[in-house]
Design a protein around this ligand. Structure first.
Ligand code: FES
Length: 145
């Protein structure tokens, strides 16, 4: 039976990059989807305005693991302003697509990065709201399949 998942999704699911946690992280973000119960935690280390290191832990489905893995690869070494621009759409494109009913899992990855960046800015004494906006706690309705 042909897989509904691209080779890249299967690769990042089977061999996720940047799994773990950063003990002395500069920003930590945790987001969860109340409907499916999946949780994602993202740690970032910032140096000279760049994402020096990033790690994640996901208690969630295969698509959540694959998208968080790809999301960390996309922001690693990048300026924080660039990391802020990362959308779930860009993550999905980098993975060569996801089935429609799994797109919400990629939203969790985008939210986790934004939450980690918001925590970073807060620790620097900068209000993250104007930069990041509201980070919804859940993506209600997107798990209604
Ligand atoms: Fe909940 Fe994938 S993140 S099913």
């Amino acid at each position: 039976m042909a897989s509904v998942y691209s080779e890249k999704v299967m690769d990042h699911f089977a061999n996720p990059r940047n799994v773990g946690e950063i003990k002395d992280a500069d920003g930590v973000g945790e987001v969860g989807n109340a409907v499916c119960g999946d949780i994602m935690k993202m740690y970032i280390k910032v140096k000279d305005g760049k994402i020096e290191d990033v790690k994640f832990k996901t208690f969630g489905c295969g698509s959540a693991i694959a998208t968080s893995s790809m999301a960390t690869e996309l922001i690693k070494g990048k300026p924080i302003e660039e990391a802020l621009q990362l959308t779930n759409k860009a993550v999905v494109e980098a993975l060569d697509g996801l089935p429609a009913h799994k797109l919400h899992c990629s939203v969790l990855a985008e939210q986790a990065i934004k939450a980690a960046l918001a925590d970073y800015y807060t620790r620097q004494g900068i209000d993250p709201k104007p930069l990041i906006g509201d980070i919804p706690e859940t993506c209600e309705g997107c798990c209604s399949h």
